[in-house]
Design a protein. Structure first.
Length: 53
């Protein structure tokens, strides 16, 4: 599972996790504790339907 987190400038910062439990642990344990993080929003993709080339 890949996470795209936006930095202060809105630039996506990719991170990879093994599963949904690791995703939750990363968001709540790592990202929420970083200085300057005011809000976290999480949206999981169930499956990819279409890829634009």
């Amino acid at each position: 599972m890949t996470i795209r987190a936006a930095s202060g400038a809105g630039t996506p910062t990719p991170a990879a996790v093994a599963d949904h439990a690791a995703y939750e642990a990363f968001l709540t344990g790592r990202l929420s504790g970083l200085p300057g993080v005011l809000r976290l929003a999480s949206h999981l993709t169930m499956k990819e339907i279409k890829t634009l080339s």
